[in-house]
Each structure stands twice: as structure tokens, then as C-alpha cells.
Ligand binder design. Structure first.
Ligand SMILES: NC(=O)c1ccc[n+]([C@@H]2O[C@H](COP(=O)([O-])OP(=O)(O)OC[C@H]3O[C@@H](n4cnc5c(N)ncnc54)[C@H](OP(=O)(O)O)[C@@H]3O)[C@@H](O)[C@H]2O)c1
Length: 275
């Protein structure tokens, strides 16, 4: 990563398992100090000890529930410190289920963890990064950000989750344009199905146990997702899709968006005028 010679500290949310734990290991190996954020204190402590032993990295743990405003504020305070050169907004929950039957409180938590918290943390991190002229924010979204055109099968019951990930994609790409004149980078990574314990919980309760597990659906190894994300960070790619062979598809997305925005905007389209 281009960073004026020193790597600084990386804050990784959702570091207690899956993709976040993988980011932590890889960033420690790259020389970053780490702040590991999640709710499961024992898992964070065990990972921190492993990484200190294996890499010599300075590793802090910050136990926080990112659905809680006060906890987000504590993490935001750490993220805003001048040693932080990378924020990885990775924590996420799915809340899968039919929208009309889903617990409204759980749906609000999906939005809080997947949207409100990462937005607050990016807001805390970026002013200092811009002022220091170095730093990056990586937001972990999902290929389900692009689920709006899917037919009812095979992937229903994900409207709020997909919506939160769509937010992260548009938020990041728009922010990237805003920061284009600075050395600070933002990236949104959109993994497809990934081999983690993500689907072992559809609620907001952490998966129990000390050992990381993998849901039955399998998917891409978390290590490959992180390999793609870090490579894309090195090259300055804003929208990273780890499994996408044809990077030109991202240009196709931009072209389709331009087509939607291309109308003059001041007058209503002909097909809406009848009646
Ligand atoms: N696995 C997939 O198929 C897939 C595909 C596309 C995108 N993603 C995205 O990848 C990211 C990481 O997920 P993963 O696959 O690695 O699943 P995971 O193993 O379940 O990891 C989720 C992480 O988020 C943390 N987290 C959840 N709720 C939290 C809260 N309220 N406060 C703080 N931390 C919280 C969890 O830690 P605690 O439980 O200890 O708090 C855990 O470390 C998520 O944003 C997910 O949406 C996953």
C-alpha cells in the first residue's frame, strides 16, 4: 500500500472470524499494527495473541457492539487517532428472512451494523487521513448489492441485507469521486458466497464457540477475498469483485448508470404523461 513508508495502524471491524480475521492476519504480516473490533472478546484476545506471537505486530482489541451508538462512538474515537492509516469496515450481519415476517428490531440492527456504523467510522477516520495525506478505508459489501434485478428464486429474503450492501457500494464509489484529488483511497469489496460462519446465524447473536467454523454452503476462501481486496488497494481499484474475471464488467455498470442518468431531468418522460 502506498503510505509514505510506514504502515501505521489498521482498525478491522468484525475481526473475530471469517473475512475480518483474515484481513487482520494479512495486515499484521504487512507490518500494520492492529485494532481488532468485535463483540466476542475471547476470540479477539486469542487472535491478538496469535498475531503478536507470529508477526510481532502491536495488536489491541476493542470489544464493541456496532449496533450500539455508544460503542460505535468508542470505536470512532480510536479510528480518528493519528496512527490509524487503514480502516476495514467488515463487520456485518444478514438478518435473512421474509421481509413481511422479519423482526423489525433485527432489521434495524442490520442497518445499524452494516450501514450506520461503517458510515460513522469512515466519517471519523477520513478527516485525519485527508489532513495527513495518507490512508485508506475498505468497506466490505457483497455481490448481493447487485441483487435488485434477481428474480424471486433462488435468492429471496434478503431485501434489507442487499439494500445495506447496495448503500455501501454507492457510498464508497461516490466518496471515491469526492476524494479523487487526495492521496486517500476508498474501496468497496463485493465478495460472492464466502466460506465463513456467516450463514450460521440469521439473527444478531454471535456464533458460539472458540473455534471459527464454516457454513455448509461453502464458497470462496476468505483468504482469496482478502488477497483480491489488498491487491485492488495497491492498484487503486475502487470496486473490487474478487471472483470477477472480466474487470470490464465494472465499466459496463458505470455505462448502465450513465444511461439512467442521461435524461435531461427537467421534464417527465413521455410514457408517464398519459392520464
Ligand atoms: N460469507 C459470505 O458469504 C459473505 C458474502 C459477501 C459479503 N460478506 C460480508 O463479509 C463481512 C464479513 O462476514 P464473514 O463472511 O466474515 O462472516 P462472519 O464470520 O460471520 O463475520 C462477521 C463478523 O462481524 C462481526 N459482527 C457481527 N455483528 C457485530 C456487531 N453487532 N458488532 C461488532 N461486530 C459484529 C462478528 O463478530 P462478533 O460476532 O464477535 O461481534 C464477526 O467478526 C460481512 O460484512 C458480510 O456481510 C460475507
Amino acid at each position: 500500500m502506498a503510505d509514505n513508508g510506514t504502515t501505521g495502524t489498521a482498525v478491522v471491524t468484525g475481526a473475530s472470524s471469517g473475512i475480518g480475521a483474515e484481513y487482520a492476519g494479512r495486515l499484521a504480516a504487512r507490518g500494520f499494527g492492529l485494532v481488532l473490533v468485535a463483540r466476542r472478546a475471547e476470540r479477539l484476545a486469542a487472535l491478538a495473541e496469535r498475531l503478536r506471537d507470529s508477526t510481532g505486530a502491536a495488536v489491541e482489541t476493542l470489544v464493541a457492539d456496532l449496533a450500539r451508538t455508544a460503542d460505535v462512538a468508542r470505536v470512532a474515537e480510536r479510528v480518528a487517532a493519528p496512527d490509524v492509516s487503514l480502516l476495514v469496515n467488515n463487520a456485518g450481519i444478514n438478518g435473512y428472512g421474509p421481509f413481511t415476517e422479519a423482526d423489525p428490531t433485527l432489521l434495524a440492527k442490520v442497518v445499524d451494523v452494516n450501514v450506520v456504523a461503517p458510515t460513522a467510522l469512515a466519517r471519523a477516520a477520513l478527516p485525519g487521513m485527508v489532513a495527513r495525506g495518507r490512508g485508506a478505508v475498505v468497506n466490505v459489501a457483497s455481490l448481493l448489492a447487485f441483487a435488485g434485478s434477481l428474480p424471486p428464486g433462488p435468492l429471496p429474503h434478503r431485501a434489507v441485507y442487499a439494500g445495506t450492501k447496495g448503500y455501501m457500494v454507492t457510498f464508497t464509489r461516490t466518496l471515491a469521486a469526492e476524494l479523487a484529488g487526495t492521496p486517500v483511497r476508498v474501496q468497496v469489496v463485493c465478495p460472492g458466497l464466502t466460506a465463513t460462519e456467516f450463514h450460521l446465524s440469521a439473527g444478531d447473536s454471535p456464533v458460539e464457540g472458540e473455534r471459527q467454523r464454516v457454513h455448509d454452503e461453502g464458497g470462496m476462501p476468505a483468504a482469496d477475498v482478502v488477497t483480491a481486496s489488498l491487491a485492488a488497494l495497491d492498484t487503486g481499484e475502487v470496486l473490487c469483485v474478487p471472483g470477477l474475471a472480466d474487470a470490464g464488467a465494472v465499466d459496463g455498470l458505470a455505462a448502465a448508470e450513465l444511461g439512467l442518468r442521461a435524461g435531461p431531468g427537467a421534464s417527465v418522460a413521455e410514457r408517464y404523461r398519459a392520464g
